[in-house]
Write a protein that binds this ligand. Sequence first.
Ligand SMILES: *[C@@H]1O[C@H](CO)[C@@H](O)[C@H](O)[C@H]1NC(C)=O
Ligand SMILES: *[C@@H]1O[C@H](CO)[C@@H](O)[C@H](O)[C@H]1NC(C)=O
Ligand SMILES: *[C@@H]1O[C@H](CO)[C@@H](O)[C@H](O)[C@H]1NC(C)=O
Length: 443
Amino acid sequence: MALSISTAFVFFSLFVLTTVNAAFDTCSSSSSPSADSELSVFHIYGKCSPFSSPKRESWIDTVINMASKDPERVAYLSSLVAQRATSVPVASGQQMFNIGNYVVRAKIGTPGQLMFMVMDTSNDAAWVPCSGCTGCSSSTVFTPNTSSTYGSMDCKLPQCAQVRGLSCPTAVASPCLFNQSYGGDSSFSATLSQDSVRLALDVLPNYAFGCINAVSGGSVPPQGLLGLGRGSMSLLSQAGSLYSGVFSYCLPSFKSYYFTGSLKLGPVGQPRSIRTTPLLRNPHRPSLYYVNLTGISVGRVLVPVAPELLAFDPNTGAGTVIDSGTVITRFVQPVYTAVRDEFRKQINAPISSLGAFDTCFTTTYVAQTPAVTFHFTEMDLTLPTENTLIHSSVGSLACLAMAAAPSNVNSVLNVIANLQQQNLRILFDIPNSRLGIARELCN
Ligand SMILES: *[C@@H]1O[C@H](CO)[C@@H](O)[C@H](O)[C@H]1NC(C)=O
Ligand SMILES: *[C@@H]1O[C@H](CO)[C@@H](O)[C@H](O)[C@H]1NC(C)=O
Ligand SMILES: *[C@@H]1O[C@H](CO)[C@@H](O)[C@H](O)[C@H]1NC(C)=O
């Protein structure tokens, strides 16, 4: 089996090499979506990203690599929902450094400085590495002192109180500095700042974000983070009436190294007819987008799972969230096991494992792949095969692209992840408290 995997990788690499020249440049700003509030979304390791590696590994390796960071992300989301405190930390340092996936371009400051920001629907805050930062990668940092509109935010401002790890001295007027620990033995310090942020053609003045000054005991990836949650520091809240609490995204396929999807901010240009399910709100974790997943079908079989394993419970945090920062969908262990067992039964092939994936088979069986359907209140989502399986385009192995939540956390949370969201438009409509999903070929 190991032999056939590496053969697949070699073939895939050749395939990439031969298609490089044929691909046209979709990265330049002239080919960006034209609407005022529409941004290109691209894969962090894709061609349009400055973070793509010149000697690119095969995309299945990339996905396996990225998915290996999922347990930490899911543990973070689980820890969030397990806490019942009503004061919400702006972000946990532990996980903010561990997601990649999809980025958008933003310009910060006057004149605007181009930054690449990871879209994160489960966070509220925005973060960027700033000039002079010790421990940050130097390639794309924001330089506050060349922006005429930059300002640090003062300790007495209410936003400062929302930043976890606050370290304001007792003296009255001083910048809101904070120091957060992450990953056990690492920490970073940042200044709560504000400046103009330009997204597509929209300018948001005085946008509050964390400007990272120093990192110790670990490394911070060079990109920033754009929180698309619905808490008070998030883009939607800070943009106020500009976006009316509405946005949607379409994530390009993981395989479409060269292409971009889109992030549409505001109600204009959103799909008119789209199936929706109610968004549920957990008062303890208002930034997370919970939905009511009521069942999962594999082929025509409704997988038998105890309803309490899927039920929304704001007190324990149990339920299902839609997340842009987790790579593969994670179900609590008994749910995953039931789905996987039914899937294996229907595919009826010899099964092997690969990285995080425990249900892999040779691609000769792909035609037998049963459709996986997520049943939500008032909406069913039948996943395209591309969103169900991960496989090398010329290779010989395919895997069910889902897994169980990590066993080392007392997880009650199911997470619908971004590989399952490719080539779908996902609409977040907060005023109407609904989440819509429509098929769209976005790359
Ligand atoms: C901005 O700050 C950096 C150090 O962080 C310094 O090297 C540079 O000279 C400053 N530039 C201006 C225009 O003040
Ligand atoms: C954060 O604070 C701790 C304790 O004061 C300190 O040891 C650490 O170096 C600080 N981290 C940064 C990045 O400044
Ligand atoms: C979720 O759906 C189930 C099944 O229809 C229903 O019993 C339950 O009340 C719903 N939960 C919420 C929070 O809407």
